[in-house]
Design a protein around this ligand. Structure first.
Ligand SMILES: Cc1cc2nc3c(=O)[nH]c(=O)nc-3n(C[C@H](O)[C@H](O)[C@H](O)COP(=O)(O)OP(=O)(O)OC[C@H]3O[C@@H](n4cnc5c(N)ncnc54)[C@H](O)[C@@H]3O)c2cc1C
Ligand code: FES
Ligand code: FES
Length: 1342
């Protein structure tokens, strides 16, 4: 291979330090450079596609035009693009070793960190905002955080920490509610959580250090000098495969474009980067115009605005906002439409990076700006070595017709956007899975120009995104409507024409075909009304005599044109403070900050993949099946093995011990059962080499029958993973004979865990005795240890698993890490090298499975007064191709199905379907969130049939006195009733119900809905042996204490709670104590940290160990009661008293006899209730969450900040399950939704506008540690209150329109479902395809 010429030096700064790279690889990103070259591991990898914000850093440029500092997602920033910039990472702004930054301090102390994996990204987004605006507005704060995902926290505390910097807030959360916390706290102590009363204070603002902008890192003077005398020379960076060329002048760029016409221009890399990655595109030459000032020029004229193609979308937003403020409204119609789209286009980081030119030239079908630019008659100013020319940004350009496109040697220099004219109206619309930071399903822009003084259409332009392979302009329809008057006749005709012209085949890419067709006309209707409204206003203003000729729009119909605004959520969190008699030093019950909070915020908290490279380490990447059910004919490895850096490929044959179970192989043998099943694993020197080699592994398959994906198909083929589970009481059949009945179906979609830290493991083989050290992100290290032992055929005692912390688990890291650990361990043993295996987001989502989708059928018998007499429910869950936890999930589902209701005659049956999909597994709530949706849907259906409120039916049928469950476990529902009543009371449910009804009467196109759901959630595993736990507590001679226990820190704050327990027991401050990690060498035979019971059982073990130690110390303390802890420890050591103790908790008894249908499977219940109110847009299916009130029975919370965090986080996760998180599978069983762009977990803008959580006061449970309850999972189901509020709004629409009120319940209640359920003239007019005539893009699997 010829040697590339020497590269120029890449010079930039990181955290104030100069970086000079002489051999930079242009294919590298800033994220890899930071993590691997500079070992700055605070910046995290979570998706690699710019969609999650975990890798956010600040880039500063000395650019006179743009903002100096902007947040970017490092995973998309090409390293070569950083020439002459300064990068600031989370490590650069503060450290616990020196000084932490106020942003870091506040996010931690406001309890804004749980697992902490998203925290550095959040910190950097906030920090960048403060660098630009030291006192930002709340809107700016929301905007800055819109591109950062957090899967744990529910965002409220993060926002709250940011709000403490805002100019229009004093950090108080309750100002808008009228009951300020400061007023309430006046009578209380200033310490959060003191005194035996209700507290609303989770942190002390007084502790915060002020923000002092003068303390920030300065822009490096050397860079200032560099940018003042900019380098005009062309810089070239040569890599192994790719050359990066960055010319300093436009002339040089144009000449380079002549020389390399195929080379793309790379600006933001937000379009190029993801396609290179996902479609394997490869460009040997990249031209960077970042240093060409001509591309950033903005020119304002009296006719229009010209914006440089190199301007970022964030800059464009500012430019447009400024121009709008300068010009009369009639001239800024197009600018306003662009600005509206820019407000919801991606997150802040992407808008900072993406350029206008890149956006336009990419011509994505979903582009939010191209439709507006097209209808706004924008023109593209092109330049090449030959000269300049202008082309229109019209349908031909958008369709990529050669004659109207850029020539290969041309570049886009700027975009001209003319002012709108008098009598011209422009609007833009978009509908996505959620309001913000989501690619649109469909967007549109429309422009109309009227003949002066009339309502006769002189010019009309309509363009749509998301309905074709690129933006689609409805030219023909528009032509035919010229000269028409703006009235309903025109509207009808326009709808007909548009549906004809913008036709979408049933098999269209992206699916949702009928929804998209409906949006095509719904958007038009909105535009029609908007314009009509404007025409009427104008006519009135000008006192046009025949202004009455415009059709009247009643106020009821005007609701169609109001958009949902983004507001900053508010809320109150209440809990009962500790007893006033509790000693001051006892931390139990106080809102103590997460032990790792500050380390999360500074990026110093180490996650599995942050462990520095170990000597001789190799990287492993998995090869997975591309077929759903097939025989493996051959696996050809030779091509892969020949690639540079590749060391080996691990197959099933390399496994010395057992290869998983007979029907659940770690590495496939002979047959594959789903797309995504692991077949083999490539081991190479680097991750990139391993990844490339996976593409060269050639596998030949022979397809096998049957191929089953859906629950219906599984039922048809009698394909089940385990026997049916059944519970029954009373006589269902007999009861049905005497009552009204209704039979319904419910479909609940699955859910992806989307823990921010993907699965990862590092296996280090030791030189002696076959020992292995395994560092793994898991909820169950013992399971990993045992599995590796069986796979390698070596005793368990040679294997040590270490878990420092886990970046979110939610059940997804209970079982799966064991298989990954085992495969990596085989690689380690075979090669003799340490092996690192880090799943990328796509693989993680493809391989690891998630929550079981569910199909439920129920028959319910009831009286007219709403009393339910009999209920027969049959549930089927889609288990995927192997058993995994599916049998247990079915059992839990059946056991929990009755929720809060006492129904005399019940029959619950459940089955787990075997399908050819990746195996589904444990997920927060373990069947409860899916199953109980069936029960609650049944209540809603009964209410509809009886003409009563669902809440009435709920109340009527709820357990009221001490009773027994369907499986005959005795319990008292008193806390349930209290939660329910408090929730109704705190949410002012009844008065708000009336207000909702009033609103609905007044508004036709927007409807509100409100719902309250009760919850009885059983905690724990249904087996006694799973309720044991152990702990090991060492006291060292300096008095410091090391606590180790069997629980894993997943973000749920278990370590913090354990030290609170130890501190109370040993009567010493938490600062004396430390938890290092969970290690199978320190505490053996641990149980998975799951089922909400981790803190409880491990807390008992820690308590036991501490009590043993204290007992040993008692004689010494008695002898010297005035002595210090250190004195006593020293004396104990002198007296040869062991300062180390093992604590053990023998566990709650739990059993279930399935033959008899009886048992005591759960130690205790958590009760709660949630009330949510929403507003829906009937024309788009969008919804806005107005308010949620949760009351939860936590009894005596060990740590109210942590517990409230768990409730909020799980509620938001549940809300995602029931509203936006939608898995899409191809008809071949391939999971499409494999990135945050395709799978929408809630973002900060999805949090209810008002979000109140209160812990039920004066509640006790004698069973658990210090009378606390485990709250890890229960809040998940309460997210369904949002679902039922949406369903309530939809029901009100259907009632008003005389459409059957009982409709098939389908979760998630996506905009698609809502829109199609709100049937109207537009849903009626769309063409419907016969399902037999086309192959759909995706198939439903529930
Ligand atoms: C996470 C994420 C979310 C997103 N969300 C949305 C969304 O909600 N709505 C939406 O509309 N878009 C969205 N996008 C897409 C985004 O708007 C585009 O990727 C972006 O605008 C492209 O700009 P860029 O500078 O990054 O282009 P690059 O990736 O740098 O370049 C893209 C292409 O444009 C060409 N090009 C660039 N500049 C010029 C020029 N001056 N002359 C000629 N050719 C040029 C290049 O050759 C290249 O082929 C999202 C992207 C990401 C990553
Ligand atoms: S890892 Fe970069 S945005 Fe997700
Ligand atoms: S704390 Fe945000 S992802 Fe875990």
């Amino acid at each position: 291979m010829p040697c590339p010429p020497p590269s120029d030096e890449l010079v930039f700064f990181v955290n104030g330090r100069k970086v000079i790279e002489r051999n930079v690889d242009p294919e590298g990103t800033l994220l890899t450079f930071l993590r691997k070259n500079l070992r700055l591991t605070g910046t995290k990898y979570a998706c690699g596609g710019g969609g999650c914000g975990a890798c956010t850093v600040m880039v500063s440029k000395n650019d006179p035009v743009s903002k100096k500092h902007f947040s970017v997602t490092a995973c998309l920033v090409p390293i070569c693009s950083l020439y002459g910039t300064a990068v600031t990472t989370v490590e650069g702004i503060g450290s616990i070793k020196t000084r932490i930054h106020p942003v870091q301090e506040r996010i931690a102390k406001c309890h804004g960190t749980q697992c902490g994996f998203c925290t550095p990204g959040m910190v950097m987004s906030m920090y960048t905002l403060l660098r630009n605006h030291p006192q930002p507005s709340e809107e700016q704060l929301m905007e800055a955080l819109g591109g950062n995902l957090c899967r744990c926290s529910g965002y409220r505390p993060i926002l709250e920490s940011g709000r403490t910097f805002c100019m229009d807030s004093d950090g108080c959360q309750q100002k808008r509610t009228g009951q300020c916390c400061l007023d309430q706290e006046e009578s209380a102590s200033s310490t959060p959580g003191r005194r035996n009363e209700i507290s609303t204070k989770l942190f002390s603002k007084e502790e915060f250090q002020p923000l002092d902008p003068t303390q920030e890192l300065i822009f490096p003077p050397e860079l200032l000098r560099m940018t003042e005398n900019p380098e005009k020379r062309t810089l070239s960076f040569y890599g192994e495969r790719v050359t990066w060329i960055s010319p300093g002048t436009l002339k040089d760029l144009l000449q380079l474009k002549v020389k390399h016409p195929e080379a793309p221009l790379i600006l933001g890399n937000t379009s190029l980067g993801p396609t290179v990655k996902s479609q394997g595109q490869f460009h040997p030459i990249l031209l960077s115009p970042a240093r060409i000032p001509e591309l950033s020029v903005v020119t304002k004229t009296s006719e229009g605005l010209t914006i440089g193609a190199g301007c970022s979308l964030a800059q464009m937003k500012d430019i447009l906002a400024e121009r709008i403020s300068e010009l009369p409204e009639e001239k800024t119609q197009t600018y306003q439409a662009l600005l509206k789209q820019l407000q919801s286009l991606a997150g802040q980081q992407i808008r900072n990076m993406a350029s206008l030119g890149g956006h336009i030239v990419s011509r994505h079908c979903y582009s939010d700006l191209n439709p507006v630019l097209a209808v706004g008659n924008a023109a593209l100013n092109l330049v090449s070595a030959e000269g300049t020319r202008q082309i229109p940004l019209n349908e031909h350009f958008l369709a990529g017709l050669e004659s109207t496109d850029l020539k290969p040697e041309e570049i886009l220099e700027s975009v001209y956007i003319p002012h709108s004219r008098k009598g011209e109206f422009v609007s833009a619309f978009r509908q996505a899975q959620c309001q913000q930071n989501a690619l649109p399903h469909v967007n549109a822009s429309m422009r109309v120009l009227f003949k002066e003084g009339t309502d006769s259409v002189e010019d009309l332009s309509i363009a749509y995104g998301g309905v074709g392979t690129t933006t689609v302009c409805a030219q023909k329809s528009c032509q035919q409507l010229l000269g028409r008057r703006w009235n309903e006749l025109m509207l009808d005709e326009a709808c007909r024409l548009l549906l004809d012209e913008v036709s979408l085949p049933g098999s269209a890419l992206g699916g949702r075909v009928e929804f998209k067709r409906t949006l095509v006309v719904s958007f038009l209707f909105k535009f029609y009304l908007e314009v009509l409204q404007e025409l009427k206003k104008l006519a009135k203003l000008l006192s046009v005599p025949d202004s009455r000729r415009y059709p009247d729009i009643s106020d009821r119909f005007l609701s169609a044109i109001k958009d949902f605004s983004v507001t900053t959520p508010r809320g109150v969190q209440t809990y009962q403070s500790v007893d006033s008699c509790q000693p001051l030093r006892d931390p139990v019950g106080h809102p103590i900050m997460h032990l790792s909070g500050l380390k999360h915020a500074t990026g110093e908290a180490m996650f599995c993949d942050d462990i520095p490279v170990v000597d001789r380490e190799l990287f492993m990447v998995l090869v997975t099946s591309s077929r759903a059910h097939a025989k493996i004919i051959s696996i050809e490895l030779s091509e892969a093995l020949e690639l540079p850096g590749v060391v080996d490929v691990i197959t099933a044959e390399d496994i010395p011990g057992t290869n998983g179970a007979e029907d659940d192989r770690f590495l496939a043998v002979d047959e594959v059962l789903c797309v995504g099943q692991i077949i083999c694993a490539v081991v190479a020197e680097t991750d990139i080499q391993a990844k490339r080699a996976t593409e060269k592994v050639k596998i030949t398959y022979e397809d096998l029958e049957p191929v089953i994906f859906t629950i219906q198909d599984a039922i048809k083929h009698n394909s089940f993973l385990c026997p049916e589970k059944k519970l029954e009481k009373g006589n269902v059949e007999e009861a049905f004979e005497k009552v009204d009945q209704t039979v319904e179906e419910v479909h609940v979609g699955g859910q992806e865990h989307f823990y921010m830290e993907t699965q990862r493991v590092l296996v280090i083989p030791k030189t002696e005795d076959k020992e292995l050290d395994i560092f793994v992100s898991t909820q169950d290290p013992t399971h990993v240890q045992k599995t590796v032992s069986a796979t390698l055929n070596i005793p368990i005692n040679r294997i040590t698993c270490h878990v420092k912390r886990v970046g979110g688990g939610f059940g997804g890291k209970v079982g799966r890490p064991a298989a990954l650990g085992a495969i990596a361990a085989v690689g380690a043993v075979k090669t003799g090298h340490p092996i690192r295996l880090v799943l990328d987001r796509e693989d993680d989502m493809l391989i690891t499975g998630g929550r079981h989708p569910l199909f439920g059928k129920y028959k319910v018998g009831f009286m007219n007064n709403g009393r339910i007499k009999a209920l027969d429910v049959e549930c089927y869950i889609n288990g995927g191709c192997t058993l995994d936890d599916s049998e247990m999930v079915t059992e839990f589902l059946i056991l929990k199905l009755e929720n809060a209701y006492k129904i005399r005659n019940l029959r619950f049956r459940g089955r787990a379907c075997r399908t050819n999909l990746p195996s589904n597994t444990a997920f927060r709530g373990f069947g409860f969130p899916q199953g109980t949706l069936v029960t609650e849907s049944c209540i809603t259906a009964v209410a509809a049939r009886c003409g009563l409120l669902p809440e009435k039916i709920r109340e009527k049928n709820m357990y009221k006195t001490v009773d027994k469950t369907i499986y005959k476990q005795a319990f008292s529902p008193e806390p349930l009733i209290r939660c329910w009543n408090e929730c109704l009371d705190k949410s002012s449910f009844h008065s708000r119900r009336t207000q909702v009804d009033e609103f609905n009467k007044k508004n036709y196109w927007k409807k509100k809905g409100i719902a309250v759901v009760p919850m009885k959630f059983s905690v724990g595993f249904a087996a006694t042996s799973y309720h044991q736990a152990a702990a090991l507590v060492h006291i060292y001679t300096d008095g410091s204490v090391l606590v180790t226990h069997g629980g894993n820190e997943l973000g749920q704050g278990i370590h913090t709670k354990m030290l609170q327990v130890a501190s109370r027991e040993l009567k010493i401050p938490m600062s004396y104590m430390h938890i290092c990690e969970t290690s199978t060498a320190a505490v053996p035979n641990t149980i998975a940290t799951a089922a909400s019971i981790g803190a409880d059982v491990n807390g008992r073990a820690v308590q036991n160990a501490c009590q043993i130690l204290l007992k040993r110390l008692e004689p010494i303390i008695k002898k010297n009661p005035e002595g210090t802890w250190e004195d006593w420890i020293e004396a104990a050591f002198e007296q040869r008293i062991s300062l180390s103790a093992t604590g053990y908790f023998r566990g709650y008894k739990a059993f279930m006899d399935w033959d008899k249908g009886e048992g005591d499977p759960f130690p205790y219940y958590v009760y709660g209730a949630a009330c949510s109110e929403v507003e829906i847009d009937c024309l788009t299916g969008a919804h806005k969450k107005i308010r949620t009130d949760i009351v939860m029975d936590a009894c005596c919370s060990l740590n109210p900040a942590i517990d409230i965090g768990q409730i909020e986080g799980s509620f938001i996760q549940g809300m995602g399950l029931y509203t936006t998180e939608e898995l899409k599978y191809s008809p071949e069983g391939i999971l499409y939704s494999r990135s945050p762009n395709e799978y929408k977990i809630p973002t900060i803008t999805d949090v209810p506008e008002e979000f109140n959580v209160s812990l039920l006061p004066s509640s006790q449970t004698p069973l658990t540690i210090y009378s606390s309850k485990g709250l890890g999972e229960s809040g998940m189901f309460l997210g369904s209150s949002v679902f039922f509020a949406i369903a309530d709004a939809v029901a009100s629409v259907r009632r008003e329109r005389d459409i059957a009120e009982d409709f098939t319940v389908q979760s998630p209640a996506t905009p698609e479902w809502v829109r199609m359920a709100c049937a109207d003239q537009f849903t009626e007019m769309i063409p419907r395809d016969d399902p037999k005539t086309f192959k759909p893009w995706s198939i439903p699997i529930a």
